[in-house]
Structures are given as structure tokens and as C-alpha cells.
Design a protein around this ligand. Structure first.
Ligand code: GDP
Length: 392
């Protein structure tokens, strides 16, 4: 499906920038337009692929291009004040060619955390196409203020979008890596997972039409109904053989018996689906109780079969208890077969409950510290017997 992506804040901008690169590399055609919005000039300059005219600096009158720090209330305010400047950039997008908006932001910071929900609300008021959010949760080691920002942004963002897709940095951080290097890998993981998912409904001219293609309306239907979504993913390499065909490591034999091939393909697909659903999700959660799901199988068409997808779909129905599990394939000339599973409307998410708890503790601590520091300052400034008088 074709998306208009708007990256809000540093993380949002960087991720949309990577989506453009992914689109270029894989020819997936999902990014119809890309915009970056930030209150920090330096972050906008640091982007590689988003066109200059689509980089919007907001809040100049208030913060002079230096960002809002981690103050997401200020982030929301400057977004509201300068929404017309963002709208000007959106006006240049051929929105009639776009299936949905995707607003991307890190929820722990200031600009994106506060601004993304404001933009989502604005877009929903003006356009009839769906407005989705891709929200990034901060790592638990980032500290109380980031957690508090994320918890408040999460509440607001979910309410303002048609569906909030969540990616949890905490589940993906690797120890012993520089933060920047870590983010590069994490961002690659984000664009790969969401790229395959959104790319599924986008079959280009001259490309092979799948046996049971995923259409963009199926992605939209899976996301409709709102709430929070997570994505599971698993892939397996398949080799290109020298004669130009594909050597079957995936099916476990090198051709010959067609029936055996089909049976192997079916089994491998089923186990890939299980791995994707039971492995690391973008937002860890219990998959039982998921309201709707979409299974996308991508890879060279000779490795995809209807029976495998059907079995995978059935298994997902049993595991989630959902009556609305869609599935289909996405033929791609890549040397891998991948299963991407969108679980939409998940509600059993202990990670969010923990985030909220830590956020409330942080909020209480901040209030205590502020009160204490006001008292301490008063003690310092006022003389003991109140004998001195201020000038005015
Ligand atoms: P903003 O510019 O004020 O919106 O704040 P940032 O986007 O810099 O940071 C918000 C949060 O996003 C941080 O707390 C991190 O958890 C996360 N973050 C920052 N940069 C990246 C990135 O490149 N990738 C990912 N996945 N997360 C990031």
C-alpha cells in the first residue's frame, strides 16, 4: 500500500529516512511521500534521503531551532502553533494517490512525543484516509522522564490515530553497542518488518501477481477498529542456484517429486508462521485475545503455496482466538522466504502496564523533588527572622 510518511522528532525523521532507503533498495513502492518535522534544526540537517523541501522546522519563535529538550508538553504546543507549516508541506503530496498516513515518532522524547498526536488529530480532521501511528517506546534504561513522556504520549497517540503500531526499543537493544550503532540496527529491523507488511499490498506493473495476493484493503481492514498493534517476523534464506533458478534449501530437496515439494513447502511455511508469532514481537504481548490478524508470506513464488498460508492462518486463529485472521502472499525476488504477522487490537500487554507504573512513580518523584527544591530555595533566600525586605 502507498503511504504518506511523516517522521516527527529525531527518531521519527531517522526512521522515515530509512524507509526511503528501503524503498529504493527493494523497489517496494510504499513511500509515496516522506516528510520530516522537528523543532531541532540540526536533526533535520542530519537526514540523508528526505527531500529538503519536505523538512519542516517548527517552534522557531519559541525554541529558535534548538529543540524542546525532553519537554513533550512544549512539543505538543509548538506543533499546535505551527501546524499550518506542516500542512503546507502535506499540501504538496498527491493525497489522492495515498492509501494512508503513517506518523512516526519516538514516544520518550519531546518533539515527536508531544507533536505526533497533535498532527494525527489534525490529519484525521481533514482527510478521510486512515491515519496510523508508529510509536517507538524508549528503553527502560533511559530513565524516568522518558518513561513518563512515553506513557503520556502513548495514551494520547492511541486515541488520535486509527491504529497505533508499536515498536519497543527495550526488547531490541543490544548490550555492548554504542547507542548510535544500536539504533542503526534497530531502525533496519523496523523498516524490514513494516516494509514487508505494507509492501504486501503493492504489486508493481509487470510483477508477478500472487496466488492469493494481499491487497491494501486487507491491511486497512486488519487495522480498522483501532487500538494497538504489534508485528511478528521470521525469515529463512533460500539460495539462488547458478543456472538462475532457486535451489531449494527451503523445501529441503532439489526438485523432482512435485508432491513432496509441495508438502515440504507447506510444512516449512507453517513452522515459519509459528516462529514469527511466538518469537520477538515489535511490542511484546500475549497474542491470545488479539482482535484481528494478517499473515503475509513473502519470497520467490515457487516457495509460497496456498495450502501453507491456509494452515498458518488456521493455526493463528487457534492461537489468538480471533475470528478475523487474513492471509496472503507477497511474491518477491529476494533470496529469502519471510512471514510477517500483524496482530491488531492486542490488549494483554504487561510491558505497557509496567511502563505506566514506572511513569507514575517518576511523576510522584518529580512532584516531590520540585516541592522540596522550592522549600529549600525559600529557606536559602529568606533570612531566619524575616528582618530583610525585598526591593519590590
Ligand atoms: P525528539 O526529537 O524530541 O522527538 O526525541 P527523539 O526522537 O530524539 O527521542 C525520543 C526517543 O526515541 C528516545 O528516548 C529513544 O528511545 C528513541 N530514539 C531516538 N533515536 C532513535 C532511533 O534512531 N531509532 C529508534 N528506534 N529509537 C530512537
Amino acid at each position: 500500500m502507498k503511504l504518506a510518511m511523516i517522521g516527527f522528532g529525531q527518531a521519527g525523521g531517522k526512521i522515515v529516512d530509512r524507509f526511503l532507503d528501503y524503498d529504493d533498495r527493494t523497489n517496494s513502492g510504499i513511500v509515496r511521500a516522506a516528510i520530516a518535522v522537528n523543532s531541532a534544526k540540526a536533526d533535520l540537517i542530519g537526514l540523508d534521503n528526505i527531500p529538503q523541501e519536505n523538512r519542516v522546522l517548527i517552534g522557531q519563535a519559541r525554541v529558535k531551532g534548538h529543540g524542546v529538550g525532553a519537554d513533550n508538553e512544549l512539543g505538543a504546543e509548538v506543533a499546535e502553533e505551527d501546524i499550518d507549516e506542516v500542512q503546507n508541506a502535506i499540501d504538496s503530496i498527491p493525497t489522492h494517490e495515498v492509501d494512508a498516513f503513517l506518523v512516526v515518532a519516538g514516544m520518550g522524547g519531546g518533539t515527536g512525543s508531544g507533536g505526533a498526536p497533535v498532527l494525527a488529530k489534525h490529519l484525521k480532521r481533514i482527510y478521510t484516509i486512515p491515519v496510523y501511528g508508529l510509536g517507538i517506546l524508549p528503553g527502560t534504561d533511559e530513565g524516568g522522564i522518558y518513561t513518563l513522556n512515553a506513557a503520556r504520549s502513548f495514551q494520547t497517540f492511541v486515541r488520535e490515530v486509527d491504529n497505533l503500531l508499536v515498536f519497543d526499543n527495550d526488547s531490541w537493544r543490544q548490550t555492548g553497542e554504542s547507542v548510535e550503532g544500536g539504533y542503526e540496527q534497530i531502525n533496519e529491523e523496523i523498516v524490514r518488518r513494516f516494509g514487508i507488511l505494507f509492501g504486501a499490498g503493492e504489486v508493481g506493473d509487470g510483477e508477478e501477481v500472487a496466488e492469493s495476493v494481499v491487497d491494501s484493503s486487507e491491511i486497512i481492514n486488519t487495522l480498522s477498529g483501532g487500538g494497538v498493534s504489534t508485528v511478528g517476523f521470521a525469515s529463512e534464506e533460500v539460495d539462488m542456484n547458478t543456472s538462475g533458478g532457486l535451489l531449494s534449501r527451503f523445501t529441503g530437496d532439489d526438485g523432482g517429486d512435485d508432491d513432496l515439494d509441495a508438502a515440504n513447502t507447506t510444512n516449512r511455511i507453517t513452522s515459519l508462521v509459528r516462529k514469527a508469532a511466538l518469537g520477538r514481537l515489535t511490542l511484546p504481548c500475549e497474542i491470545e485475545g488479539t482482535e484481528r490478524a494478517l499473515l503475509v508470506l513473502s519470497g520467490p513464488s515457487e516457495y509460497l503455496n496456498r495450502k501453507g498460508i491456509e494452515r498458518g492462518r488456521k493455526w493463528l486463529e487457534e492461537e489468538t482466538g480471533s475470528m478475523e485472521v487474513r492471509g496472503g502472499d507477497y511474491p518477491r525476488d529476494e533470496p529469502e522466504v519471510a512471514a510477517a504477522i500483524l496482530l491488531s487490537g492486542v490488549t494483554n500487554v504487561p510491558r505497557i502496564k509496567r511502563l505506566q507504573q514506572v511513569a507514575i512513580e517518576a511523576q510522584d518523584n518529580i512532584d516531590d523533588i520540585q516541592q522540596e527544591s522550592e522549600e529549600n530555595l525559600e529557606e536559602l533566600v529568606e533570612d531566619d527572622e524575616d528582618e530583610l525586605e525585598p526591593l519590590f
